[in-house]
Design a protein around this ligand. Structure first.
Ligand SMILES: [Zn+2]
Length: 324
């Protein structure tokens, strides 16, 4: 069965500024008097680094994953008030090299903060000159997916015929849970639905399918918008020990948007902190691969064709990579 992870992350050295991990480092230090945030910072910064994708692809091989959609995130001056060591242009070249080195295995995306004056030029060149395969991950922070400020960038994706991945988990960056669960929250799935209605030729992935609070509204919001798909990343954080619930949720999503619009995904990060024995990618992939058997155990019915579509067929169709 073709297995495509539709949402994952690889970072090179210096892609993320220390400011990105400051909250996490302070949280760690607060637990013990002898600790200082700067003691853990190097481990946090280096722990996500994979200089050439080899370790990440080895992790995919262990999990039986054929291909992964790799996201870029721009967490520099505009968002965190501190620029990373490696600027966006060099990050784009890194992703182009990853794609060359792991042809047919890694499909990389561009995502440059729309607050940067050169974001349109960088985005266009990343897609046209470097052959990156989509825009993502867009994390609505201070703007929503329907905001005019990012529309020109999204129109480039529509013109180039590549998909866009938009974050719809209630929390952003290292704030995993989020606090504002209303539509006032710019990451709320309803904003993506507005975008999809206004730009019907744009193919959009709702990353994380509204994890955890908005899982139903994420599907309902795009039920009649065929240009939208849901990726199920982050649900891998909660499926173990709650299989019946996960099956019921998958069946509900299927009922609302159809199995043909669900994408297997993990949000797997790169680096020594997250791959190898620390990665549960294999368990999550096996759970979806065995969806017909797992569903039957809980009184639901999923066909092998539906499992194959969710596991990779839908992503291959969306990204037009069947041949590759
Ligand atoms: Zn992500």
């Amino acid at each position: 069965m073709l297995a495509i992870d539709s949402h994952a992350h690889i970072w090179g050295h210096g892609f993320v500024p220390p400011a990105f991990f400051r909250a996490a480092a302070e949280g760690w230090a607060a637990k013990e008097e002898s600790r200082r945030p700067e003691m853990i910072m190097p481990k946090l910064l280096e722990g996500i680094v994979d200089p050439d994708g080899d370790d990440f692809v080895a992790n995919m091989d262990r999990a039986g994953i054929d291909a992964s959609m790799i996201m870029m995130i721009d967490v520099g001056g505009p968002v965190f008030g501190e620029e990373p060591e490696t600027p966006p242009e060099a990050q784009i070249e890194f992703y182009a090299e990853l794609q060359r080195r792991h042809a047919g295995r890694l499909f990389c995306h561009v995502s440059v903060d729309a607050a940067r004056p050169d974001h349109l030029d960088l985005t266009r060149r990343a897609l046209r000159d470097h052959g990156l395969r989509g825009i993502g991950e867009i994390t609505p922070n201070g703007f929503s997916a329907a905001d005019p400020s990012i529309r020109p960038m999204l129109e480039i994706a529509a013109d180039e015929g590549v998909p866009v991945q938009v974050h719809t988990r209630a929390g952003v960056w290292t704030d995993m849970d989020g606090s504002d669960l209303t539509e006032g929250n710019p990451v709320h799935p309803l904003h993506v639905a507005r975008l999809a209605r206004e730009l019907p030729e744009l193919r959009i992935i709702l990353c994380h399918a509204g994890f955890p609070h908005w899982w139903q509204v994420a599907a309902e919001a795009v039920a009649d918008l065929p240009n939208c798909m849901l990726d199920i990343s982050n649900w891998n954080e909660v499926f173990r020990g709650a299989e019946a619930e996960m099956i019921a949720r998958l069946a509900t999503w299927r009922g609302i948007v159809g199995a043909e619009r669900l994408l297997f995904a993990s949000d797997q990060p790169s680096g020594p902190r997250f791959t190898g024995t620390r990665s549960h990618l294999g368990e999550w992939a096996d759970f979806i691969r065995a969806l017909p058997e797992n569903a039957a155990r809980h009184g639901y019915r999923f066909t092998p064709e539906e499992a194959a579509a969710i596991m990779g067929g839908n992503a291959a169709r969306l990204y037009r990579i069947e041949e590759e």
